[in-house]
Design a protein around this ligand. Structure first.
Ligand code: LLP
Length: 446
């Protein structure tokens, strides 16, 4: 007798209905098709064109508040610094700033964006392994609240930059706890072979030296072990336990520690991964760092903005070969690189109402870029799609537009913010002229 079929076949893609059920800002209406909040996505496509990134302001607020509520419920006073790299759109940043978010930044450009969004420089943390002297000077000059130092070499640079400006800057030491966050190798950051942070074993000596270094004030320790963490709280808890031990060791040596930055990394369910909740993360923080009497900070990106965005694209053509059905879109790997770069799975749903009910058949969803890697999905079930039909890539609000490029001389797509029944273009589609604007021929070419 054949073995009984498993109740949940984890290899089967979730249905369109299942995908939407998990994403309350998206719904299908009999007449309007797929809507975000109260705006039909087809209307945005008509007025703005495709490809276009579309973000739900309501979802950004709802998720930011849910995270804050989970921390409050665990009685953890914690400053939330949104990781700007996940979505540097100014309107997105302004939406989160209005909720009380600070910013985690990694470049002068991100600092400028955070300030332009109205975030108080005192609520900005400057992270990253390769901050340049110019960037350090700029950030210290603007009064950033904290710099996370990642090496002894960088501590010297921060000191030089601050003393040249006659300033003293608050510095936290980012440690590398050598734990495996069990995520994609390209976004794991807390192993000893990764470039990030200072080995725990070296941290206390460096921290002691920092307190005798001019221009900086050591205020605490920081950790970030990776991104899209869905494998439970074990890696977080281990990293935080190492951090708590370090804090106790530093204090025993008479060194003050006021702040602990818990990093980001909380994953989201793109397909049907287990979804770690903010409450679980708050619990892990509470049991490991909760009694240290420090000011807690965190740097989430994806968890807040990932589910809030879609990438809207049109079908250029369907191409059938002897063995495959290709759905060729006007969006490509230059827009959404995550599938090509991390083998990431994104839900792809049709926008037209009739398409939801129609029978599906397997297809490869691809872009027009001249690389086989320009493949968004293989063997994905989609209905027949006429040229011009719209599809939406789900969970494209984090590391979507942020990572796009102009490869194949394709202009950067427009970005749109939806808020209730309103929507606005919050970044214009790059023009063909702008794409060429910086290029010059040397004089010797006449
Ligand atoms: N803090 C630091 C120091 C980071 O390096 C990062 C992300 C974050 C916070 C925010 O992590 P999140 O909460 O968003 O996971 N492009 C990749 C993700 C790269 C993450 C880089 N660092 C992707 O598309 O999956």
């Amino acid at each position: 007798m054949a073995a009984p079929a498993p109740l949940i076949d984890t290899d089967e893609d979730p249905s369109f209905a299942d995908l939407l059920a998990q994403r309350p800002h998206l719904a299908v209406h009999a007449h309007d098709g797929l809507t975000m909040e109260d705006v039909p996505l087809a209307r945005i496509a008509r007025e703005v064109g495709t490809p276009a990134w579309v973000y739900s302001a309501g979802t950004l607020r709802r998720r930011f508040r849910a995270l804050r509520a989970a921390l409050e419920e665990a009685r953890l006073p914690c400053d939330i610094h949104f990781a700007v790299k996940a979505n540097p759109n100014l309107a997105v940043l302004r939406t989160l700033a209005a909720e009380g978010a600070g910013a985690d930044i990694v470049s002068e450009g991100e600092l400028r964006l955070a300030l332009a969004a109205g975030i108080d420089p005192a609520h900005v943390v400057f992270s990253g392994v390769g901050k340049t002297m110019d960037e350090l000077r700029f950030a210290i000059g603007r009064g950033v609240g904290q710099i996370n130092a990642e090496s002894a070499e960088e501590v010297a640079m921060i000191s030089a930059a601050a003393t040249a400006l006659g300033r003293t800057v608050d510095v936290a030491l980012r440690v590398n706890p050598d734990v495996d966050a069990r995520t994609h190798a390209k976004i794991t950051t807390g192993r000893s072979e990764n470039k990030f942070g200072v080995a725990i074993a070296d941290a206390s000596a460096l921290y002691a030296r920092m307190s005798a270094t001019p221009g900086l004030r050591p205020v605490g320790v920081a950790v970030h072990i990776g991104s899209q963490i869905t494998a439970g709280m074990a890696a977080y808890a281990t990293a935080y336990r190492h951090l708590a031990d370090l804090v106790r060791e530093l204090r025993a040596a008479g060194l003050p520690v006021e702040r602990v930055d818990c990093g980001g990394g909380l994953g989201i369910p793109y397909r049907h991964e287990p979804a770690p909740s903010p409450a679980a993360l708050a619990g892990a923080i509470r049991t490991t760092l909760g009694n240290l009497g420090v000011r807690l900070m965190m740097e989430p990106g994806r968890w807040i903005c990932g589910p809030a965005g879609v990438l809207l694209a049109s079908v250029v053509i369907e191409k059938r070969t002897a063995t495959r059905r290709f759905v060729i879109l006007d969006a490509a790997m230059n827009d959404l690189v995550r599938p090509a770069m991390y083998e990431a799975w994104h839900g792809i749903v049709p926008v037209a109402p009739a398409a939801f009910a129609a029978a599906t058949s397997p297809c490869d969803v691809v872009g027009p870029v001249c690389e086989t890697g320009d493949t968004f999905a293989r063997n994905r079930g989609l209905p027949d799609l006429e040229p011009g039909s719209l599809v939406a890539f789900l969970d494209a609000g984090a590391y979507g537009a942020a990572m796009s490029s102009t490869y194949n001389a394709r202009p950067l797509a427009a970005e749109v913010l939806v808020d209730g029944a309103r929507f606005a273009v919050v970044r214009a589609r790059q023009t063909q002229e702008a794409l060429l604007a910086g290029q010059r021929l040397p004089d010797w070419m006449g």
